[in-house]
Design a protein around this ligand. Sequence first.
Ligand code: NDP
Ligand code: 8X3
Length: 252
Amino acid sequence: MTTSTPRTALITGATAGFGRAAARKFVDAGWQVVATGRRADRLDALRAELGDALHPACFDIRDEAAMRAALDALPERFRSIDLLVNNAGLAQGTKPAQDALLSDWKTMIDTNVTALVTLTHALLPTLIARKGAIVNISSTAATYPYTGGNAYGGTKAFVSQFSLGLRADLHGTGVRVTAIEPGMAETEFTVVRTHGDQAASDKLYGGANPMTAEDIADTIFWVASQPPHLNVNRIELMPTSQSFAGFQVFRG
Ligand code: NDP
Ligand code: 8X3
């Protein structure tokens, strides 16, 4: 009988939404998963649900020292990371730039950009050694501006361009890099964006038949399941109910 060593994914933001659905998907498919997030109770519940193929790592991704301590504390069998899924992220606020809170902008940049590059930088040696892969969760907001999208769209444009830049730099290493750019998907995203307004979230998604967390988890898993000679550079996906509108014109 032969036994193969399971591959290991580190998935950030695994306490909700895409990240939690992805953790379930990968463990169900035989992977080991390091699942991160701030909510320890959610991570503990996921560990109870998925068993010892899941290692919970509880830290605020903006706290570099906590991130490094969590990586240093990984049990031996979870240290050989083959796949980094940079998923943790958020939008904060829906107001136009002139009415937005600077603190919201800084939270988005610290989480969606600074933390993402810090973790990626820390794991690059391991990923190169293992000819691994990076999947970065960007957004349609990276490409299509909308009112109130300001700094959020800026952070996601960074994620998409950073992904392409990583591809260029990692040329010849065997490390694959993908940016996934989803449109509207129902998760806790809008409750977080509105600082806790569940009614606003229900209104946004109500009747729209949005994508689900599982749709995105399936996409992440499909990307990770491609053969080593094939790199998916970027994927943009939307619910069928969502499309594009025109430019706005101000007449004074
Ligand atoms: P959720 O709010 O459901 O999940 C976000 C996850 O990110 C949670 O697990 C949360 O964990 C984690 N997270 C946020 N801030 C931090 C932090 N400071 N430290 C550690 N973890 C953090 O949203 P989604 O699943 O929808 O979002 C996942 C990603 O997908 C994000 O990058 C988002 O921008 C992107 N996206 C979402 C879309 C959507 O329509 N839903 C569309 C396109 C992109 P915790 O709170 O426990 O720390
Ligand atoms: C989330 C999608 O359209 O709310 O990244 O920006 S959107």
